[in-house]
Ligand binder design. Structure first.
Ligand code: C2E
Ligand code: CA
Ligand code: CA
Ligand code: CA
Length: 277
């Protein structure tokens, strides 16, 4: 039994060792990838649900690894977070998103850009004054930039996070609460934190057609947000039935494959042209 136990420990550490090495390698590759321009942004429209017109876009990070091909953000974002690289990466995302937005604005598209901010970037990774400088240098008003944060920010240093949110919002930037309903949801956050909108997680949208309970939840979220003067963006809309149900519930904004997948720059421009009103 003892011998077996020893072997188990051995297998265990082997597997852990392999995983650790793979992780370190990815970490190193990601650092290089940022320099070698292997990362890019894809853009997914956020639309007016009634008429389908794009109002803004969410910027989603993509990494094309030189050997392994595309690696999903679900895999590499946590690595960037634990290694601290998320700060450089996150700043790159913000600058790239703003530059792209400024370019599209010059072409006459009146849109806003929405970027994902990791909890690890708040409060020290993204200085409010730096945000102001980035937008100002590009001739963008702060309201043109939306910062998407998840409920996990509330599980960290609440006071520091609140200060950061207040400061950023006082400068005119907008804050969306992402993946609403999946995390450490507490309704008091909605009441006490400076937010502009909540993004209802796609799991609710996915199940709302079949499940009366999910429909009831979305209805309740919409009613509550209306009371609190918060906008609602429904995520992950994949079909016309979901869109219709959301419209019937007076949900104003949405995002999902029904309208468009996240697209590289050129394809997103083609999407904009196809939807010019
Ligand atoms: P998220 O912020 O919730 O982004 C929405 C995700 O849902 C994206 O996955 C998007 O491609 C996907 N999606 C959009 N519409 C639909 C739909 O109709 N159906 C389904 N099934 N999925 C849809 P993606 O691009 O793989 O990103 C995954 C997550 O990675 C994001 O979730 C976000 O948490 C994180 N992420 C992506 N880019 C960044 C970034 O620049 N910074 C940080 N910190 N996180 C990022
Ligand atoms: Ca998001
Ligand atoms: Ca989300
Ligand atoms: Ca997410």
């Amino acid at each position: 039994a003892k011998e077996q136990g020893g072997r188990q420990i051995c297998f265990f550490t082997d597997a852990m060792g392999r995983e650790l090495i793979a992780r370190h390698r990815l970490e190193r590759d990601l650092k290089q990838g940022l320099i070698r321009q292997e990362v890019s942004l894809h853009y997914q429209p956020i639309v007016n649900l009634q008429n389908g017109q794009p109002l803004g876009f969410e910027c989603l990070l993509r990494w094309h690894h030189s050997e392994q091909g595309f690696i999903r953000p679900d895999i590499f974002i946590p690595i960037a977070e634990s290694s601290g690289l998320i700060r450089d990466l996150g700043n790159w995302v913000i600058e790239t998103a703003c530059r792209q937005l400024a370019h599209w604005r010059r072409q006459g598209w009146s849109l806003y850009a929405s970027v994902n901010i990791s909890t690890r970037q708040i409060p020290d990774g993204v200085a409010p004054n730096w945000l102001l400088k980035v937008t100002r240098d590009l001739g963008l008003e702060p309201a043109a930039l939306v910062l998407e944060v998840t409920e996990s920010v509330f599980a960290t240093d609440l006071e520091a996070v609140t200060d950061w949110l207040r400061e950023v919002r006082a400068l005119g930037f907008r804050i969306y609460l992402d993946d609403f309903g999946t995390g450490y949801s507490s309704l008091s956050y909605l009441k006490n934190f400076p937010l502009d909108a909540v993004k209802v997680d796609r799991t609710f949208v996915r199940d709302m057609v079949e499940q009366e309970r999910d429909r009831a939840l979305i209805r309740a979220i919409l009613a509550m947000c209306q009371e609190l003067d918060l906008q609602v963006v429904a995520e992950g809309i994949e079909n016309a039935v979901q869109r219709q149900l959301l419209c019937d519930l007076d949900c104003a904004y949405g995002q999902g494959y029904l309208f468009s997948r996240p697209l590289p720059v050129g394809e997103f421009e083609a999407f904009l042209k196809a939807h010019a009103s």
